[in-house]
Write a protein that binds this ligand. Structure first.
Ligand code: SF4
Ligand code: SF4
Length: 412
């Protein structure tokens, strides 16, 4: 792991509420490639939670995140770098819901079946980056012992999860406790950056009511909050999320908060915290956006940009994010960070066998050997795609991408 030195914003920095965006774009394809057929037409009135599209692959609904009028369809970029068709909605700011959110006082009392049903209906997906539907993840999980929640913000520049915890520590602990009761989980951990004392204090203030939850400080290094690293550090175990018999489940903290809102109020996921950072922004800051907000509109509305010679927009973190060709980028459930960096185009050279990629690999691979032989047998499947090898490579080889191709992964 490598230390994180250039974290520029304090975790307690205020969140700029940017939910008054006039036009919202709901992509008809998810990051994972689930495509939706629109079931609404131009001039139709929609509310928060109105079904906008249906998919033949998933029963997860595509819903509106604002109330207003459908005004048409447009192509916009999403976090995987793809240009996708979007339903365009003009927000009337009346915040009308299809089903008015109620309030459940004791969210620990749901059965597992009710839990899955609510996660599906509220459209809860992994908000840490993968966008995988939660109801599918928990469908076959029956013997869980441990829940680990990542609130480390381990990606360079990112602090959106810290801002979320700063403002919602009590709710996050309540949701973790409810998940423990519903899924029969015995012990929960919330992992935080050890240097993030503000967040640690926030959590400790409320933790007394939850003896089954422990705050776990992780070293301030990349990629300390990756699921495999967390399980290895906290439980001293190997973690394979695809193993049906695993006793551990790892979630990002933003997902936990979405679960809280779904269980407590039956609210569909309709907003999220996003870090805007990097030298291209005047101030690195956290924003609360409606899902479907166009970055372009935020930039037009606010004077927040610095001039860069050759700007590079990244959706996601500096190490694992995706370069986007335009600022026509839409905020989706998985998008936690938007970076604007100076694009230093560097020539790729042949490998000089320096061994630096092996030194930094957190899962002890020999990346240079994998890319040289193009052979999966050197444990390419154990790569966690952290990008550290590419980061340190003096020959500027994009080792992570090469390993992804060797594994035969689809480009996300
Ligand atoms: S080989 Fe994979 S796990 Fe190892 S440093 Fe590179 S991207 Fe990270
Ligand atoms: S860091 Fe780059 S140059 Fe060095 S061994 Fe790895 S691939 Fe080769």
């Amino acid at each position: 792991m490598v230390p994180i030195e250039n974290r520029k914003i304090s975790p307690s920095s205020k969140v700029i509420n940017e939910e008054d965006i006039q036009i919202i774009y709901i992509p008809l394809e998810s990051k994972l490639g689930y495509s939706y057929k629109p079931v609404v037409k131009a001039n139709e009135y929609v509310c928060i939670g109105t079904t906008l599209g249906k998919s033949s692959v998933t029963s997860l609904p595509l819903v509106s995140t604002v109330s207003g009028t459908v005004v048409g369809f447009e192509d916009k970029y999403i976090s995987n770098g793809k240009l996708v068709r979007c339903i365009v909605i003009e927000n009337d700011f009346k915040e009308k819901y299809v089903n008015k959110p109620g309030k459940k006082t004791n969210i620990n009392k749901y059965s597992k079946e009710e839990f899955l049903y609510i996660l599906e209906g509220s459209g809860v997906t992994d908000m840490g980056g993968s966008d995988y539907p939660l109801y599918l993840k928990y469908q076959n999980k029956d013997n869980l012992n441990y829940l680990i929640v990542d609130a480390t913000d381990y990606e360079i520049y990112k602090s959106s999860d810290s801002a979320l915890v700063y403002n919602n520590a009590e709710e996050i602990l309540e949701a973790m406790d409810a998940m423990a009761d519903i899924m029969g989980i015995k012990k929960c951990y919330i992992a935080v950056n050890e240097d993030n004392t503000t967040i640690i204090k926030k959590l400790l203030k409320h933790i007394g009511s939850y003896p089954n939850i422990k705050v776990y400080p992780m070293i301030n290094a990349y990629p300390s909050g990756h699921a495999k690293i967390l399980v290895s550090e906290i439980l001293d175990m190997d973690y394979n999320p695809l193993n049906k018999n695993t006793r551990v489940v790892v979630e990002n903290v933003a997902t936990i908060y979405a679960i809280y809102e779904a269980l407590k109020y039956h609210k569909p996921v309709s907003d999220r915290y996003v870090t805007l950072a990097g030298p291209g922004f005047k101030n690195n800051c956290n924003y609360k956006f409606k899902i479907g907000t166009s970055l372009n509109e935020v930039l037009l509305k606010n004077d927040i940009l610095n001039k860069l010679k050759n700007p590079l927009l990244i959706a996601g973190g500096a190490m694992t994010g995706k370069a986007i060709k335009s600022d026509d980028l839409i905020v989706t459930k998985d998008l936690h960070t938007i970076l604007l960096l100076e694009n230093k185009e560097e020539e790729t050279l042949p490998c000089i066998k320096c061994g630096k990629c092996s030194e930094v690999c957190p899962v002890n691979l020999i990346p240079s050997l994998i890319i040289e032989t193009k052979n999966k047998k050197y444990n390419a499947n154990r790569c966690i795609e952290c990008g550290l090898c590419s980061y340190v490579c003096p020959a500027k080889i994009d080792i992570r991408e090469m390993i992804k191709k060797i594994r035969g992964d689809k480009d996300e």
